[in-house]
Design a protein around this ligand. Structure first.
Ligand code: OAD
Length: 252
């Protein structure tokens, strides 16, 4: 038996005895589906592209077409990807233990949902959602906001009346997380018995603070990651392996 097998056995026992399981996922969760991570040395998006240019409001205002086209390419990549065995293992565990699992993700893809996970707390928004860059002027006049579906096609699509551009519904650097999602994630972290942290570098807060919150509240924390992360200190157990390899063994 290898060390990983022994540790897997331990974490499986914790999960079996847990009233509440919380799973926090990051980009590594979808890596085996072919969706690139952000910070892996050679393949990560931020190793090849400038996040200042592509993942900030200032970057979008400076060059909306470049940013829109980049997200359009990523949307295509995600729509061609399929959930992997890790996504499926989480969804199946949730189905077998109604009310026993809270899934919190930093991912903007929809692979958890397509694997069958019903309630996913999306901390960083959703890549397939559209929203206006600026508040709709109609809303300021007390009228219903224009629907982004009516936008004039383009790169980016724009409001036919005022030219307001459509932007992807993801959280960019410097922006606040959706308040209800963050509050629900913090509640889940504080109330769980076991937290599984899968495929995140732990570089981005407040998501990276959730395992610390869980541990302080008395939960056991296990990290599934083939490499080190910035939050390894918050874990009781480090499981060195990939999401698609280890999650079926942990949750199967
Ligand atoms: P990162 O790219 O920062 O980290 C990915 C992590 O996944 C690394 O620690 C890898 O070692 C690990 N990893 C790689 N392949 C894996 C596999 N097959 N199984 C398990 N783990 C694997 O991604 P995040 O931590 O998710 O923001 O990044 C956090 C946020 O930064 C993202 O949500 C994104 C980005 O800017 C937004 O999109 C708003």
């Amino acid at each position: 038996m290898t060390t990983v097998d022994v540790l897997l056995g331990t974490v499986r026992e914790w999960i079996a005895g847990a009233g509440r399981l919380c799973v926090l996922t990051g980009a590594g969760m979808s890596a085996e589906s072919g969706v690139p991570t952000f910070r892996d040395a050679l393949t990560g998006l931020w190793a090849r592209y400038d996040p200042q240019q592509l993942a900030t409001e200032e970057g979008f205002r400076a060059n909306p077409q470049l940013v829109w086209d980049w997200y359009a390419l990523r949307r295509t990549g995600v729509s061609r990807a399929q959930p992997n065995l890790g996504h499926v293992a989480i969804a199946q565990w949730e189905a077998a233990h109604p009310g026993g699992l809270t899934l919190v993700t930093q991912n903007v893809d929809d692979l958890h949902q397509r694997a069958g996970s019903c309630e996913v707390i999306c901390l960083h928004g959703a890549i397939f959602e559209d929203r206006w860059l600026d508040d709709c002027r109609r809303r300021a006049r007390g009228e219903p906001s224009c629907d982004t579906q009516w936008a004039r096609p383009g790169s980016p699509p724009r409001c036919g009346e005022c030219g307001n551009p459509v932007r992807p519904g993801v959280v960019w650097f410097g922006e606040a997380l959706p308040q209800h999602a963050l509050a629900a994630a913090q509640r889940a972290a504080a109330e769980c018995d076991v937290m599984l942290v899968v495929g995140t570098s732990g570089a981005v807060h407040p998501a990276a603070g959730l395992p610390v919150l869980a541990r302080r509240a008395g939960a056991r924390v296990a990290i599934v990651n083939p490499g080190p992360s910035e939050i390894d200190d918050a874990a009781d157990v480090l499981l060195r392996g990939t999401a698609a390899e280890l999650l079926p063994k942990l949750l199967g």
